[in-house]
Write a protein that binds this ligand. Sequence first.
Ligand code: PLP
Length: 369
Amino acid sequence: MKSRIYYTKPSITELEVAYATDAARNGWGDCCYEYITRFEEAFKAHLGVTYAIATSSCTGALHMGLAALGVGPGDEVILADTNWIATAAPIVHLGAKPVFVDILSDSWCIDPALAAAAITPCTKAIIAVHLYGNLCEMDRLLAIGTTHGIPIIEDAAEAIGSVSDGRRAGSMGAFGSFSFHGTKTLTTGEGGMFVTNDAALYETVLTLSNHGRARGQTKQFWPDMLGFKYKMSNIQAAIGCAQMERVDELIKRKREILRYYRDRIERTPWVKMNPEQAGTVNGAWMPTAVFDAETGMTCESLQEAFVAENIDARPFFHPLSSLSMFEDQPQNRLAWGIPGRAINLPSYADLTVTELGRVSDVVHHQSRP
Ligand SMILES: *Cc1c(COP(=O)(O)O)cnc(C)c1O
């Protein structure tokens, strides 16, 4: 049996271990926020934003950001049908309705024209999710937001390292959210980040994130509003600080892996991979191969081929509207059609050239229609 190739694995060095150990040993009492503050500062500097709040997850960051924007019962929030459930769940928890629109054929991200067409008087926000590191068409979305007075939110959980005309993913919208789950490019085990350039929004989320206790409140145990508890621990942040020192290296390796696959796989004209439009950089979180419909390829046969080679490849996101808690929307034809002929390929720092070759070979053998 060939050795197992996992689809993702964090890159943990002695630096992460040393910082986490220091936080566990010394990061208490007066020092209990030191790594958290340092992690937030490093993240702000990397992204080029004014404010950042470390959170326990990206889901938590989205939940608080949406709440701070006033999303509530009767409201609608527009997002792509192709998505992880984490982006939609907070909308539902706030009593609002997620409105799922179809995706673009090349980036698999929200189609701006369809997002604009879905706007109603109830629309409270549009969420741009940079799927697998592929950038949404932010200029078009931001213009739509300006025209209609609707905030554009960036779920950049998958897009550390993605850049559009010098602006990093997550820094362009009303606010951005990030995930440091163990499968993401930069990890703290579990964790997330809320980022914004909007001072008022920052203050509201900061208060919400501290169980509703406002910064200036001197009375102890006195919440000024009903808030949330989505904080990151100092020990997680210590790992995050080490990862931030290595962030360029982590992104570079992700991009190398995507380039390797593209060079090998995209020679076959009926397989498309993550695009990189002019003026953009793709952070390459998740290399993905999409077969043309004419190939008759199925997700099942692809997965079988990978299992036979002891490779852990993952299915493309199911359309959220196909899940039991939402209404079917098969008219979102790309979101419903692509998963059946697509596959996520393994990508992590320690993958060897031999292993990358094994993965590419499986795709190649499937590539003869
Ligand atoms: C991973 C992910 C999330 C959820 O992140 P958590 O930190 O697990 O809450 C949200 N949105 C997208 C697009 C993701 O990929």
